[in-house]
Design a protein around this ligand. Structure first.
Ligand code: HPA
Length: 276
């Protein structure tokens, strides 16, 4: 990482710290169309990422570009302080993973120890339908890009899955207790912005992928390298290319994300309540 990158992160973090008085250790990254969870925070402080010095701007529809701080409340209690990213930056926006993981760098310096990273994904496994929530147990990196190049790595960060097995088991038992249906599977990361070809989807299925999308993997690799506990959740918004007669489009992705936001928000709420 070069000096400019470090000083940009420092400036971003300084700005954010000047707006908050809490010290959150749990963060949630909300994917395409899944920003609703953030609207329910109490004691909310909302920061427009375009006002944060050097913070990268997302150009994608459905990505609000806000960082929120606050707590979430449900019938079972109130959560710890949270840092919530409404929207993210994708590799296809810059072809630069340092920009993609900028929010993770910021989260690390704010003091985040546990991070829940969410996304919208296309279902490859025939067991998955639009609207399903899938815990990510592992990933395939179909970009073959490494987000750790140029970064200090440690043995732990390089030698283990970025996803925390303990957190996965805990999240699954929370979902069961709350009667929220879920699936579990392998997420395949592509560069985008084009959707996959039908032949690529057949290849990914053969390689063991259950769902496909254009995010999450670089963020979780860098988060785990910093020692964060990581949980990944995909919202299946469509069947992957070739698996249905519908032509894929971003409007369908956000429409389905909208439809599942109730269960998605409930699941996230119960998870942050019980890990905080
Ligand atoms: N492919 C890639 N990314 C996606 C998809 C998909 O089918 N659905 C939502 N994000």
């Amino acid at each position: 990482m070069n000096v400019d990158y470090q000083s940009h992160i420092n400036a971003s973090v300084e700005y954010i710290k000047s707006k908050i008085s809490t010290q959150p250790t749990i963060s949630v990254v909300l994917g395409s169309g899944l920003g609703d969870f953030g609207n329910q925070l109490i004691g909310k402080i909302s920061i427009d990422t375009k006002n944060i010095p050097h913070y990268p701007i997302s150009s994608v529809e459905g990505h609000a570009g806000k960082i929120l701080f606050g707590k979430i409340r449900s019938g079972s209690g109130t959560s710890a302080d949270l840092m919530v990213f409404q929207g993210r930056i994708h590799l296809y926006e810059s072809n630069d993973n340092d920009i993609v993981v900028y929010p993770i760098e910021v989260a690390h310096r704010i003091g985040i120890k546990t991070i829940i990273v969410t996304n919208a994904a296309g279902g490859i496994n025939p067991q998955l339908s639009p609207g399903d929530l899938m815990f990510i147990k592992d990933y395939i990196n179909a970009t073959f890009e490494s987000p750790l190049i140029g970064r200090k790595t440690n043995e732990t960060g390089r030698g283990r899955s970025p996803f925390s097995h303990e957190l996965l088991l805990k999240a699954q038992s929370i979902a069961l207790e709350n009667n929220i249906p879920f699936k579990e599977g392998v997420y395949c990361w592509t560069k985008g912005p084009m959707y996959e070809s039908a032949a690529e989807i057949r290849m990914m299925a053969n390689f063991g992928a259950d769902a496909v999308g254009m995010s999450t993997v670089p963020e979780v690799i860098v988060a785990a390298n910093y020692g964060m506990e990581v949980l990944g959740i995909s919202c299946v918004t469509n069947l992957a290319t070739g698996l249905s007669s519908n032509k894929l489009n971003h409007a369908e992705v956000t429409e389905v994300a909208n439809r599942v936001k109730h269960n998605f928000t409930r699941l996230l709420t119960e998870i942050v309540l019980h890990i905080g």
